[in-house]
Design a protein around this ligand. Structure first.
Ligand code: ZN
Length: 135
């Protein structure tokens, strides 16, 4: 298993369009994709920056985990996604190492990725998403 890059940084926002403005208008970055991920009850926008991306996450329901995050902590950085070349192997290694997992098996993420979250208690309260993409 190899971690190849920071795939994206996820930012929890109340309003995707409003949040995208500073990236688009001031930073001159392009919002390439807006899609809904029903599994996580969010609408996401991707903003490529070199080899990585910024992912804006707007909750679509009140019981969305991102809605609860914003309610508790306000808007801001929600997770860091690391690209791995083999997600099953990464999860097996995490389990063997006693790392707490939110997802024991991969689930579908935005942009056709397969993803799984580690529990933030195992990583200094940083929510880490492991992410495998065909590329
Ligand atoms: Zn993400």
């Amino acid at each position: 298993m190899k971690v190849t890059r920071i795939d994206h940084i996820g930012i929890a926002v109340k309003d995707l369009e409003e949040a995208a403005e500073i990236y688009r208008d001031f930073l001159q970055l392009e919002v390439t994709d807006i899609e809904e991920v029903p599994d996580q009850k969010v609408k996401v926008a991707f903003i490529p920056v070199g080899d990585s991306e910024v992912e804006l996450l707007e909750p679509t329901t009140e019981d969305s985990p991102v809605a609860k995050f914003i309610e508790k902590r306000g808007e801001g950085i929600h997770h860091m996604a690391l690209r791995v070349d083999n997600l099953e192997e990464a999860l097996a290694r995490a389990q063997a190492a006693g790392i707490r997992l939110i997802d024991k098996t991969p689930r579908p993420g935005a942009g056709g990725a397969r993803i799984a979250f580690l529990h933030p208690r195992s990583s200094n309260r940083v929510l880490i998403e492991l992410c495998e993409r065909a590329d």
